[in-house]
Write a protein that binds this ligand. Structure first.
Ligand code: UDP
Length: 194
């Protein structure tokens, strides 16, 4: 798989189908223009980005930029494109069990119901909408880790907005022993609840 460099970031050049077939484990971030601007000066955000296995394009603007650079990115794989494609791809795969972390209270549960109805099985095994500022509360983070583990999930979809979701995954990925795939999905939980 090739990568396309835009400013200081190498972006993976996958089509959606290629990526769904490839993704078995690791952390997925979905860079857009805001991320790229932040990556010009935010050292911690860059550290988080450097630690991930996958960076797939979340932006039409970055696709246009890649064309101007003569190395066109194949497709936009934003969280809101990738997440429904992911659970649909794994519709009949009992080895995929997802936990939704993020969005306002009640919203993630509605998304869970909608998705499970659509997929026809309980692919979303748990949800939690953490309170504002939770990421600085160690007890709350420990509780989340326990909750996710108890749910039996092996995929954690984190919808806390950037950079909170990326920094949370960077800090805690190794504290989730059962999770094999982490997806940073922005506001996708809200869309799935509509
Ligand atoms: N969010 C959250 N906790 C927070 C901040 C944000 O759960 O402390 C959720 C918010 O409810 C929304 C998502 O994170 O569902 C972020 O949306 P935004 O549009 O900021 O994300 P983007 O797609 O731009 O990264």
């Amino acid at each position: 798989m090739s990568q396309v460099r835009i400013l200081n970031l190498e972006i993976d050049n996958y089509s959606m189908q290629e990526f769904l077939e490839e993704l078995e484990s690791g952390v997925v971030f979905t860079p857009n223009v805001d991320h790229l601007m932040k990556l010009q000066h935010d050292v911690q955000f860059m550290e988080a980005y450097q630690a991930v296995e996958y960076k797939v394009c979340d932006s039409k603007v970055l696709i246009y930029a890649s064309r101007l650079l003569g190395k066109p990115l194949k497709e936009k794989l934003s969280g809101s494109d990738l997440f429904p494609a992911f659970y649909t791809f794994h519709k009949h795969n009992p080895d995929i069990r997802i936990f939704l972390l993020g969005a306002a209270a009640g919203v993630a549960e509605t998304a869970q119901q909608n998705i499970n109805t659509k997929v026809g099985r309980d692919i979303i095994v748990g949800t939690y909408s953490p309170p504002y500022g939770f990421e600085t509360d160690q007890k709350e983070c420990d509780r989340i880790i326990e909750m996710v583990q108890d749910s039996g999930a092996n995929v954690l979809a984190v919808g806390l907005g950037a950079p909170k979701q990326e920094m949370f995954i960077y800090k805690y990925r190794h504290a989730f022993p059962t999770i094999k795939i982490f997806l940073a999905i922005g506001a996708t939980i809200d869309f799935e609840a509509e």
